[in-house]
Design a protein around this ligand. Structure first.
Ligand code: THU
Length: 145
């Protein structure tokens, strides 16, 4: 695995994080696609947060595993994500979908480490030139306001 971006003081235990993702994947509710996903992340205060996908008969209402993870992050006191991994029903590491990369960007930023099928990458490699909170500050007041 490419560890070149593993620059935190304490190297993360990626195997343990993957195991947490596999465990929560087992609780996925995916009766429509049959595609289970589990996600796990470390928070900057040492917590581990997890999520699984939750589908719906109205297919578009489906919640990705990352949605549950981010909800758990905030419900559990907030903080910043530092390390993230998600797995499929075989326990293989997969990439977060495009929408969920945006969720991860918001809650971990450019330096969030993501385990991918190609090794550990930073979030800004996984979502280059991301739109983020600073873009909202980059414009002046709206005309007429
Ligand atoms: N899914 C996730 O939970 N996260 C992703 O990043 C990719 C897709 C789920 C949504 C849906 O329940 C199933 O995988 C098939 O798309």
């Amino acid at each position: 695995m490419d560890q070149q971006h593993e620059d935190r003081a304490v190297p993360a235990d990626w195997a343990a994080l993957r195991a947490a993702a596999v465990e929560v994947m087992g609780r996925a509710y995916a009766p429509y696609s049959g595609y289970r996903v589990g996600a796990a992340a470390l928070v900057d205060d040492g917590r581990t947060v997890v999520g699984c996908n939750v589908e719906n008969a109205a297919y578009g209402v489906t919640l990705c595993a990352e949605c549950g993870l981010v909800s758990s992050l905030h419900a559990g006191g907030g903080g910043r994500l530092t390390h993230f991994v998600c797995v499929n029903g075989d326990g293989a590491v997969i990439m977060p979908c495009g929408r969920c990369r945006q969720l991860l960007w918001e809650n971990g930023g450019a330096r969030l480490l993501v385990e991918t099928p190609r090794g550990v990458l930073t979030m800004d490699q996984v979502l280059p030139q991301a739109f983020g909170p600073e873009d909202l500050d980059a414009v002046g007041p709206a005309a007429g306001s």
